[in-house]
Design a protein around this ligand. Sequence first.
Ligand SMILES: Nc1ncnc2c1ncn2[C@@H]1O[C@H](COP(=O)(O)OP(=O)(O)OP(=O)(O)O)[C@@H](O)[C@H]1O
Ligand SMILES: [Mg+2]
Length: 269
Amino acid sequence: MAEIIVVTSGKGGVGKTTTSASLACGLARRGKKIAVIDFDVGLRNLDLIMGCERRVVYDFVNVVQGEATLKQAMIKDKRFDNLYVLAASQTRDKDALTREGVERVLKELADDGFDYIVCDSPAGIEKGAFLAMYFADQAVVVVNPEVSSVRDSDRIIGLLDSKTRRAEAGEPVKSHLLLTRYNPARVETGEMLSIGDVEEVLGLKTIGVIPESGDVLNASNKGEPVILDLESQAGQAYDDAVARIIGEDRPMRFTQLEKKGFFSKLFGG
Ligand SMILES: Nc1ncnc2c1ncn2[C@@H]1O[C@H](COP(=O)(O)OP(=O)(O)OP(=O)(O)O)[C@@H](O)[C@H]1O
Ligand SMILES: [Mg+2]
């Protein structure tokens, strides 16, 4: 059975595409067969972060509209044989996706033996975001630790609980919180909300906390999702999140302010 995971958020620009790319690579690295789909019609982005933008010939809209087969449109990742990207179209109108078309593509992927299908949602609560979440079994709600991001996430959680296939069938989508751009120093000074604050407001459990890190932009520029950078704290935090998604128990890392010890204070380390 394919598990469909939507990566969604209320506010835009919080890190959904960054997260989708890293989760997809992380799951693939663990041997799972993965498809990652860009639902952001008109704003191709996932293919850039995955580093396959020059190989896009057909896209998700072409498949939904029957202009190409899924096999023609799926781009095989250069790093993992078991990872495929379905890019968004850059030019089509936002209404090009239909629920029937999306359902057909997801079913074909499930029949092809994919273990996980990661759906990168566009921002907002318009049709694309609705279609990205409608068939989901699990949701990763990406939130930045600030009031506006948390407030807008509440609306998305409301939709996950009411406007999805699972909600209609009376079995809720399994939703998790993923906090990104977390900066423990700014939490300490009260400029940012803490993990506990966000969990309390949204009523979700945290699947991962990704620190604010310049490695993320570097990774995007190279087309190498940050999870592949083993030196990077953001990459390691994403790997922890992947482990938790497949059921492992991992303590949270990089969430506390590193207290300087006596020697590092003395030597300015
Ligand atoms: N942990 C992080 N540390 C630093 N920068 C980050 C982090 N996560 C994401 N970013 C940056 O935030 C910006 C937005 O990220 P991304 O494109 O993944 O967001 P998005 O939610 O997909 O946006 P949209 O709503 O437009 O689709 C990018 O410039 C990305 O490099
Ligand atoms: Mg995006």
